[in-house]
Design a protein around this ligand. Sequence first.
Ligand SMILES: [Zn+2]
Length: 151
Amino acid sequence: MTATTDAALEQLPTGPGVDGTDLPYWEGLRSGVLTLPRCRACGTWRSLGRVLCPECWAFETDWEAVPARGRIFSWARSQRAFISELDVPVPYVTALVELESAPVRVLGILLDASGDASGADPAIGDTVTGVIVQPANAEYPVLRWQSAAAS
Ligand SMILES: [Zn+2]
């Protein structure tokens, strides 16, 4: 295992992976839309990063815009920024959100009602909405979650 230096971390870009299979997700964020993969053969939603359908093993994928709204499934507070593109002070809260419109969970930094990422502990089941922001030091925008009460 190779140790990663802070300098190397600062060079990591946001955006599509080297194989480009998640490019529609990132281009969707650039257009202000959360876009997720769905199997063209059977309609099953896929998590980001899966190239095969977990139900029918088809490769063919459609990308569909979905409302960025859901409920917190899980969350964690981080005491260290692992990549500089996060562009938030530590500590920050990351939430795994189960979407209302599709059976998919999407990870993102959680902002509280004031837009602060280090706010009070959220509750499992809290409703949140997606906010697409462009960090100053990143090539692509990122999705963040915010308390629905703040939007
Ligand atoms: Zn399928």
